[in-house]
Design a protein around this ligand. Sequence first.
Ligand code: PLP
Length: 390
Amino acid sequence: MKLAKRIERIKPSSIIKIADEVREMERRGRQIVRLEIGEPHFSTPKVAIRAVVKALNHGLTHYSHSRGLFELRDLLCKKYNTKFGIKLDPKKNILITPGGKQALFYVILSIIEEGDEVIIPAPGWVSYKEIVRLAGGTPVFAECKKNENFDLFFESIKSKITKRTKAVILNSPNNPTGRIIRKNVLQKINSVCLKNEIVLISDEIYNEILFAKKKYCSILSINPRLKNCVLINGFSKTYAMTGWRLGYVFAEQKLIEAMLKLQQNSISCPSTFIQFGAVAVLLKGKDFIKKSLKIYQKNRDLLIREFRKIDKFRLIEPEGGLYAFIDASKVNRSSYDFCRALLKEECLATIPGAAFGESGEGCFRICLATEKNNILKFTKKLQSLQNLTV
Ligand code: PLP
């Protein structure tokens, strides 16, 4: 069978590949400290589960509105409208999707044409570049530097803009670095995008997991009408609902209508009863967000304390999100080799920095959503590796 060229342009997700390998090792009886995959270790809030069971028992098992349940769209718009003093319309400015990833697919497929360039800060989440390539676009990486804690600066975006630039994808707090884009940087990027008719895609999937809340700024406080701009979010990370597959995207009506055509002709609508769980967490999930944030914050603070005892590895201080990025450039191995050795010899599952782009080489990522004991096992291992030539 001859496959289409478009599928040969993209690679499998390196994160999912590692996670699948770890699951296989566990199946064979190995005990692994799992710090690789990016998902909350808590169960989904009970209110969501109860709401879905109720919906199922009431026979709500048919298609929903192709934009998503009105009640859910309305609640989300109200939440953002109240927070930012804006006027998002549930009939015009929002689409409910099966995950934030699917929302990104819709956005990119709706705006990118063959030969268009999309600027992506690097290190950056693994799927951005693949989705852009699938659409026929070219990812252009704006480098964030290790010696600047991987913070994003305006110049690195500006210097990559050409006549072909069609979009910029920003992600704050960032996966994998945990860094937040500063307000003044976001303002300048927004202005340059508006001036050059570049679509600004703001992936804010970690917006409720903030350790440095004052530094955080959503694109909505800068561009309240979402002019030439898209905001992506979802339920996976905030409410420990990764397996539910539910996300949403806010944008101008014209783009929402374009994405709706993709949704109607692919999945028809997001899973109906699942959306009732999302309604429930929006109404009653505030405490869950607070409680989980406290645990992530504790793990992050513990890591910071433990890394003071470790010279060979440097922790890039996470300001938000689910991850910690660790500089291992003193180790004389590629990040892939190093993470492989950690997995095979020390039973620690992590993600090599190179998976997030060349500028991530020499680093690796761990997930903060885990038991305290796992964090301690991990830092003890790193301490014991200090004197070895791993
Ligand atoms: N954006 C970023 C930066 C992510 O890390 C992820 C998932 O890991 C997603 C989007 C997509 O999440 P989901 O499709 O589960 O909503």
